[in-house]
Ligand binder design. Sequence first.
Ligand code: AHM
Ligand code: MG
Length: 359
Amino acid sequence: MADMEQILDHKYAIDRDCMTLSRHVLQQSHSFSSEAQDLSALMSRIALAAKLIARRLTRAGLVEDALGFTGQTNVQGEAVKKMDVYANQVFISVFEQSGLVCRLASEEMEEPYYIPENCPIGRYTLLYDPIDGSSNLDTNLNVGAIFAIRRQEGDDLDGTGQDLLQSGRSQIAAGYVLFGPSTLLVYSIGTGVHTFTLDPSLGEFILSHENVQIPAHGPVYSVNEGNFWQWDESIRDYIRYVHRHEGYTARYGGALVGDFHRILNQGGVFLYPGTVQKPEGKLRLLYESAPLAFLIEQAGGRASTGTEEILDVVPRELHARTPLIIGSRDDVSLVESFIQERQREEREKTTWEWAKDER
Ligand code: AHM
Ligand code: MG
């Protein structure tokens, strides 16, 4: 007969494997309200999209037409990859059958995509970047997908999604999928940040880390230093500072989700500041920066443009970009202090020049 210790060991392992994503969302919602059930169903759908994309990525080199460019450019003027198109379509197909989402807005579509048959009941909008870091695809490095859920406000009669031009505070859920050695799904509905790992043998995302908290400071700074010549002097000041102090190490993988995931778990800061060519930086607010800002705040960290909290930024258009400084509280504040110092100097210089002209 099995002894009690053995029985308890099995029980622990089986209970752990039973903590699926949909069950966890309901547990975190502390209710079986219709919104809690909607959120649980929405997350299950996102998990299905993640599994479909992961399946194609795993065999990409063997599948006809999975890698490479389509020859087209998207609304941002960037070359579109075949995998971008595939992943974008996966989200559409998955949510067309959900009944829950009336509208999808993605990096790959100029205008929001409507599912009219869902609109009478599905009052949610899914915002997403189907493949984040697509330049990593052809070399088999990690990529991601980022998502946020918002309630639809009004009827959006002209179909342009004007009600989406609100700050990130109106997100009700956000998260990302990291397609790495394992496929991870990290999400928050405003009750902490939780990591799930895809168990391919079960075909399910199983809870692997609950209530992730980011350290207040970490050694990593993550930025494309090839843009040094294009940055404002304040960002260069910060980079000179980390170059000259012990305790910092650089990590940059070219896919925001991967870089962010490292920082979320180990601490540090990721930066994509404005450049000469892209004064607002490269990353898009509604489906890249704001969802990750939602997560980082839930994990005890911060996200800033340098002068404003990312979650307070109101976009002027669907595909608006924003500078992003995100990660550990102290590290984000340190970067901000260099920006504020330069701004203070600029103000003093202007006042001095103005006073000189007056004389
Ligand atoms: P993408 O969504 O079109 O792939 O662009 C976003 C990616 C981020 O994942 C990454 O942090 C950044 O672009 C890398 O840009 P760069 O090559 O300029 O460093
Ligand atoms: Mg993308």
